[in-house]
Design a protein around this ligand. Structure first.
Ligand code: ADP
Length: 491
């Protein structure tokens, strides 16, 4: 759907070697507003040759950036954080225009990312090794050095956070980066960082950003995986794409960090505060219209409070406003594309045909899908088996905490989870049994802080973004020795 607009269509080039450049073949593609369908920007449409130029620029910039004093690295990130803060209105507007992000989610992303930049500024001063006692009299060290060029592939959904975290720690640790944003958020999940980091004083070539048209991701991904100077790939996106990338990277013996899909359970125990549990469940399921890898998809409630919880959650769900994400009281903005909307619709319709009950929502409104609660979703429905990126959650009633845990773990995914209970000890015991990289006791599954070890298990991927774990992900630990004088050899 296209509407009248006064918004001018911006033109964006790619960012390679510190320059804003057209794609080698001069192509460009349309960047669309998911709510209105308007073209918001024309963006350079790169091919494999552009990716190669970007990797070469990153590779040339690596030695000097690695050796740059930590104070310089720190200054860049502190300045970038201030610059982002000073542009919050403009950047928030872009998140809405490119990804349909409502006001609250945009503000959360902005706050998270300036915090992330301030935290990684300190990484420049993280100790880079240890001295290890040697039985043969050597002066032995475990020394870390940056890996070289890092390829970063980011998605559109939490465009600002997920692109920022794909570049921040790698750069702060002395690597150089080629970022490939999603074709659906080339500016707010990509090119924006070229503007901010150039102004913050990052030297040319240290960060490069290659944008591509829909359907052209693989060529860029292949170049990142196959070019020898790229030593790590980090990827956030679907499990299907992550699996392909990991296979290709495996053939090149390259390490990857993968944060993939989720089918996140929210367990509500009988001792929960029902009002709190209802608010937590609605937030966990419907924030950013359920297009978050951590969104609560499966709500498991213990029978003694099930009737009250379900009726209150259904009532709250029906009251969530779907519509224009520019209006500050909108909770449910548009789904990212028409095909995403079609997929959600077809999964809900199929579950209903197979016997699921609709407790709230269940239909599309323009480019939005209503916040939807389903009950009795059959196990053989597509919705039950696959992550569905939309504002739809399935509720099931359970007879015990053990049954809840068993149902929570009955998925190939393992990203995030929540257990609402007023008994923290019991919650902690159950947390140990949940097969997920993230468990929140007395909270829902959606949440992030830059210093936390964020990541999944099973089909949700491996490796960790955030916290000190990034030091292992984005540096090489090497054994370096010094022999004083000489020692005898056996022959
Ligand atoms: P989502 O469904 O969340 O958009 P995708 O896995 O399709 O997840 O997309 C996440 C990121 O992966 C995007 O930047 C997209 O362009 C990129 N991507 C998609 N296919 C490939 C591929 N074959 N190789 C490399 N990157 C890809």
């Amino acid at each position: 759907m296209a509407t009248e607009t006064t918004q001018t269509v911006r033109e964006f080039q790619q960012f390679i070697g510190g320059e804003w450049v057209d794609a080698a073949e001069g192509a460009a593609f349309d960047d669309l507003d998911p709510f209105t369908g308007d073209v918001v920007a024309r963006v350079a449409a790169a091919g494999r040759e552009d990716a190669r130029r970007a990797v070469e620029a990153a590779s040339s910039a690596f030695p000097a950036w690695w050796q740059a004093p930590p104070a310089e690295k720190q200054r860049v990130f502190l300045k970038a954080a201030d610059l982002l803060d000073s542009r919050s209105e403009d950047v928030g507007g872009w998140l809405t225009r490119e990804t349909g992000s409502a006001f609250g989610f945009s503000m959360f992303q902005l706050h998270f990312v300036s915090g992330l930049f301030r935290q990684v500024a300190g990484l420049a001063y993280a100790p880079i090794g240890e001295v290890i006692p040697s039985d043969i009299g050597q002066f032995a060290m475990g020394l870390r050095r940056p890996v070289g060029v890092v390829g970063a592939i980011a998605p559109w959904n939490a465009a600002l956070i997920l692109s920022a975290r794909s570049i921040a720690a790698p750069l702060a640790l002395g690597n150089t980066v080629v970022l490939k944003p999603s074709e659906l958020s080339p500016y707010s999940g990509g090119l924006l960082w070229g503007e901010i980091f150039a102004e913050a004083g990052l030297p040319p070539g240290v960060l490069n950003i290659v944008t591509h048209a829909p359907g052209e991701a693989q060529a860029i991904g292949d170049e990142l995986v196959e070019y020898p100077a790229v030593r790590r790939i980090n990827f956030t996106g679907s499990t299907a794409t992550g699996r392909k990338l990991a296979e290709a990277a495996g053939a090149q013996l390259k390490r990857v960090v993968l944060e993939l899909g989720g089918y996140n359970p929210l367990i509500v125990l009988a001792d929960a505060d029902v009002e709190y549990a209802v608010n937590a469940a609605a937030f966990g399921a419907f924030m950013h219209q359920g297009q978050i890898c951590m969104s609560a998809r499966k709500i498991l409630v213990e029978r003694p409070i099930a009737d009250e919880f379900v009726s209150k959650l259904a009532e709250k769900t029906k009251g969530l406003k779907a519509g224009d994400p520019r209006e500050h009281d909108t909770v449910i903005g548009p789904l990212i594309t028409e095909s995403a909307l079609d997929l959600v619709r077809s999964r809900v319709d199929q579950a209903v045909e197979k016997g699921a009950k609709v407790l709230a929502g269940g239909d599309a409104v323009g480019s939005c899908y209503q916040a939807t609660l389903l009950a009795d979703v059959p196990e053989d429905s597509e919705f039950a088996k696959n992550e569905t990126f939309g504002p739809v959650a399935a509720i099931a009633v359970v007879d015990s905490a053990d049954e809840a845990v068993e149902k929570a773990n009955a998925t190939s995914y393992g990203l995030s989870s929540g257990i609402i209970t007023s008994d923290a000890d019991r919650g902690l015991v159950l947390a140990q049994q949940i097969e997920a990289g993230i468990v929140h006791v007395n909270d829902q599954p959606v949440g992030d802080e830059p210093q936390m070890p964020f990541g999944g298990v099973k089909d949700s991927g491996f490796g960790r973004f955030g916290g000190t774990a990034v030091i292992d992900e984005f540096t090489e630990l090497r054994w370096v020795t010094v022999t004083r004088g000489s020692h005898p050899f056996p022959f």
